[in-house]
Design a protein around this ligand. Structure first.
Ligand SMILES: *[C@@H]1O[C@H](CO)[C@@H](O)[C@H](O)[C@H]1NC(C)=O
Ligand SMILES: *[C@@H]1O[C@H](CO)[C@@H](O)[C@H](O)[C@H]1NC(C)=O
Ligand SMILES: *[C@@H]1O[C@H](CO)[C@@H](O)[C@H](O)[C@H]1NC(C)=O
Ligand SMILES: *[C@@H]1O[C@H](CO)[C@@H](O)[C@H](O)[C@H]1NC(C)=O
Ligand SMILES: *[C@@H]1O[C@H](CO)[C@@H](O)[C@H](O)[C@H]1NC(C)=O
Ligand SMILES: *[C@@H]1O[C@H](CO)[C@@H](O)[C@H](O)[C@H]1NC(C)=O
Ligand SMILES: *[C@@H]1O[C@H](CO)[C@@H](O)[C@H](O)[C@H]1NC(C)=O
Length: 492
């Protein structure tokens, strides 16, 4: 779910001098395409699965050919939802591996993301060409293209990615073993169900196992107090505490759900990105504060996570942004440089989750993060709310219940958590709240599932660094060796 901020400036921040440890987090830096990244185009079909549709479209791709050698391997980075950069073919562990193995690195934006737009607009009708199957068919087309035009025939092809990109990497290896020789999936998500209670449940466990019960309980108390303020119709207090642009309409279930879910998701993203150290920093702030839990939590959110602009959580504004079907609008941009206001540290992930991503989730991927009456957090992220968002974003021709059949089709193709895939590396972080939606075990003799203690999501994508824990470094070394082995063409 994407939350967005709008400039408000009306509300002054209180207590700006409060020294928060969490302020030390660095903003992620923008990765701009460098001069030496090669841009090209490849031709693909608008609809791969209907012979009657003869339309073709040219998609842009990017390549790092700095290390390309004779019969060297081809490494294709499959982007995560929200990634519109070329950073993972410019630097990171796979680039180090390519340097060692004379490999070539490629990536492209999926259809409908970035600049690769096969239709004139993003109406519900046109988005029918945005499916997992179509994206994977583009990939197959791309692999064939690369082998012909980049003179890398003979080398092995390995796909890699984090999150959604990791999932697609594995599915591509399963589906096209003749084109793709191996896959590395970092924090991939494989569970194919409509809704998942485990994300918010695991959030509790991640905090508990990293830090203990006190911190987890403070967060729970903070949300319970927020719930009491909603019931007491004290919208002003919440607006001030969380620096909201508009007061919450406390009698509107959608506004209330939107408010709560934003902060639930913020916590999930925070732990995914900041790992055990981030949990400790947050808990230091909460436990050392002399303020009541809700105020301490709100200060942490404002100073550490959100930044100085006011936070727009209103349901109608979120829907309005994502309902617009024109390209280059805030809700459809997803890729171009969006000079706007982001969550301080969560910018990368939040940035693009606009209309296109909603379409994928609402029509095919599902896995809505939900609460129920037994969840430790107030029960304001129910499936009914998530369905309402899909309906309001996608319009009157969309039917939520169709997603059940669509997921069954996907389960038949890929097996959900029971997927089997050979020569696949699954890595995951042990405190990632989405770990249980991924694959943590494999009995395939040529595949491995590797856990990273104390880490959230995709921490193994970067190069080996002095700041890595011993465990993380060992995992990265193992990936280097495994990918190196998978890169050697099989010669009978
Ligand atoms: C390559 O593509 C990027 C992103 O699409 C763009 O910003 C850049 O200007 C392009 N570079 C060249 C040399 O065309
Ligand atoms: C790739 O080559 C370009 C120009 O030849 C150079 O500027 C750049 O630093 C190289 N990048 C890497 C990652 O080696
Ligand atoms: C990479 O290329 C260099 C120069 O062509 C060659 O000496 C080296 O053996 C190659 N390395 C691998 C792993 O193929
Ligand atoms: C969207 O594009 C289609 C052509 O692909 C066109 O027929 C339709 O009128 C457009 N709709 C809107 C709302 O722009
Ligand atoms: C608040 O929400 C209720 C229920 O959705 C609605 O009837 C009411 O008009 C809303 N109030 C404002 C000020 O928007
Ligand atoms: C999208 O938003 C823009 C700018 O607000 C507006 O001009 C355009 O008409 C909207 N398009 C649709 C299809 O609603
Ligand atoms: C890589 O291949 C070598 C030689 O076949 C083997 O000894 C080694 O165990 C392999 N490494 C991994 C991590 O599988």
């Amino acid at each position: 779910m994407r939350t967005f901020l709008t400039l408000c400036g009306v509300l002054a921040l209180i207590g700006a001098s409060y020294a928060f440890k969490s302020q030390k987090y660095q903003k992620p830096t923008d990765h701009v395409t460098s001069d030496w990244i090669y841009n090209g185009t490849f031709r693909t079909r608008v609809d791969h699965f209907r012979a009657q549709d003869g339309r073709f479209v040219d998609f842009v791709y990017h390549a790092n050919l700095n290390f390309t050698g004779d019969e060297g391997p081809v490494y294709i980075y499959l982007k995560d939802a929200g990634d519109y950069t070329t950073r993972w073919i410019e630097s990171g562990l796979m680039v180090d591996i390519a340097r060692q193995n004379n490999g070539s690195l490629f990536t492209f934006d999926y259809r409908f993301f970035g600049t690769n737009r096969p239709t004139d607009n993003a109406t519900f009708e046109n988005l029918q060409f945005l499916t997992t199957e179509q994206i994977l068919a583009d990939l197959a087309q791309f692999v064939s293209y690369v082998k012909l035009f980049h003179d890398v025939y003979g080398g092995n092809t390995i796909v890699y990615g984090a999150g959604y990109g990791g999932t697609l990497a594995t599915w591509a290896r399963k589906k096209f073993p003749h084109l793709i020789d191996a896959a590395w999936s970092s924090s991939g998500i494989y569970e194919l169900t409509v809704a998942s209670l485990s994300v918010y449940d695991s959030l509790s466990y991640s905090i508990y196992r990293t830090r203990g019960a006190d911190c987890r309980n403070l967060i729970q108390e903070a949300f319970e107090e927020a719930e009491r303020l909603i019931i007491a119709d004290d919208a002003d207090e919440l607006q001030e505490l969380f620096n909201l642009c508009n007061p919450i309409n406390t009698t509107s279930p959608n506004d209330v759900s939107s408010f709560f879910q934003n902060y639930f998701d913020l916590l999930v993203l925070y732990i995914q990105q900041q790992h055990a150290d981030g949990v400790h920093d947050m808990c230091d702030d909460l436990e050392e504060s002399t303020l009541p839990p809700l105020e301490a939590f709100a200060e942490f959110v404002r100073f550490a996570l959100v930044g100085e602009e006011c936070f727009d959580a209103t349901y109608d504004n979120i829907i309005a942004e994502r309902s617009n079907t024109s390209w280059n609008q805030p809700g459809t941009l997803s890729g171009s440089k969006q000079k706007s206001h982001y969550l301080k540290i969560l910018k990368d992930v939040k940035n693009i989750l606009g209309r296109q991503w909603h379409y994928i989730q609402c029509t095919q991927a599902g896995l809505f993060q939900v609460t129920d009456q037994w969840t430790w957090l107030p029960n304001h992220a129910e499936l009914g709310y998530q369905a309402q968002v899909c309906i309001n974003v996608l319009g009157p021709n969309y039917v939520f219940d169709f997603i059940r059949a669509a997921l069954e089709t996907l389960r038949n193709q890929y097996g959900s958590l029971y997927l089997r895939s050979s020569r696949t590396i699954f890595t995951y972080g042990e405190i990632d709240p989405k770990m249980y939606n991924g694959i943590t075990y494999t009995d395939d003799p040529e595949s491995v599932a590797i856990s990273i203690p104390g880490h959230g999501r995709a921490s193994d994508m970067s190069s080996i660094q002095a700041t890595d824990s011993a465990e993380l470094q060992a995992v990265k070394e193992r990936i280097i060796e495994l990918v190196g082995n998978f890169s050697v063409p099989f010669r009978p």
